[in-house]
Design a protein around this ligand. Structure first.
Ligand code: PXP
Length: 238
């Protein structure tokens, strides 16, 4: 059954708007777990615009589910993740000027560097995922590099409508099938919400969906525990 990873970066966004101590993403991770989150995802960005180092270390100590650390493939992040030992790391591309992660990782043009990087994480018993666009060549290279998982970028699917969205959904379905055939575990995420999630959740062998913005936005109206519970129910009621 497909599981739900809740991305709590936006809780930290509100805190950092005032650079104060509230709201604390660590406390809200507890509520996400109460609502049925199967894992907690945080992106520790180079510019520390939302999640801080203190958050990831406290989360590691306090959460009862799994910690998925999203990060860029930099030496600084490698050192942090070796100390932190999250359950898994998702490697994402990172640009300072972007509002959120825009495209998937270009695994093809960074093969040698990424191979070495992934090996070092695996030596610390951390499983590693690549956030990639649903393209066969990116999947094949991800396998060759040694990633355990891939996370398929659903941003385009979320933006499109009608027949174009249907075509993008087919691309995600085929990519999932292709990656499973290579022995890769498949997650997906970005832009998923209460209206568009079901078609992605019902893909055969879809392992986990990572969702942040829509859940935190809904939490303002109904509270985080309830917004997570509602999303979890949509994902698991196929
Ligand atoms: N997966 C990855 C790799 C991401 O970078 C993000 C955004 O931080 C998400 C999933 C969640 O996307 P959204 O906030 O649009 O649900």
């Amino acid at each position: 059954m497909t599981t739900l990873g809740v991305n709590i970066d936006h809780i930290a966004n509100v805190r950092q708007a005032r650079k104060t101590v509230e709201p604390d993403p660590v406390q809200f991770a507890f509520l996400a777990e109460l609502g049925g989150a199967d894992s907690i995802t945080v992106h520790l960005r180079e510019d520390r615009r939302h999640i801080q180092d203190r958050d990831v270390f406290l989360l590691k100590e306090t959460i009862k589910t799994k910690l998925n650390l999203e990060m860029a493939a930099t030496e600084e992040m490698l050192e942090i993740s070796k100390k932190l030992r999250p359950d898994y790391v998702t490697i994402v591309p990172e640009k300072r000027e972007e509002v959120t992660t825009e495209g998937g990782l270009d695994v093809r043009n960074n093969m040698k560097y990424l191979k070495n990087f992934v090996e070092k994480l695996k030596e610390s018993n951390i499983e590693v995922s690549a956030f990639i666009d649903p393209l066969v060549r990116q999947i094949n290279y991800s396998k060759e590099i040694g990633f355990n998982f891939i996370e398929l970028h659903t941003g385009k699917y979320a933006e499109l409508t009608g027949y174009d969205q249907h075509k993008e959904l087919q691309r995600i379905i085929e990519s999932t099938h292709e990656a499973n055939g290579l022995g890769l575990v498949v997650n997906a995420g970005h832009g998923l919400n209460y209206n568009n999630v079901k078609k992605i959740a019902s893909i055969n062998n879809m392992n986990e969906l990572n969702i942040g913005h829509s859940i935190v936005a809904r939490a303002l109206a109904v509270g985080l525990e309830k917004s997570v519970r509602e999303m979890k129910s949509l994902i698991t009621s196929n």
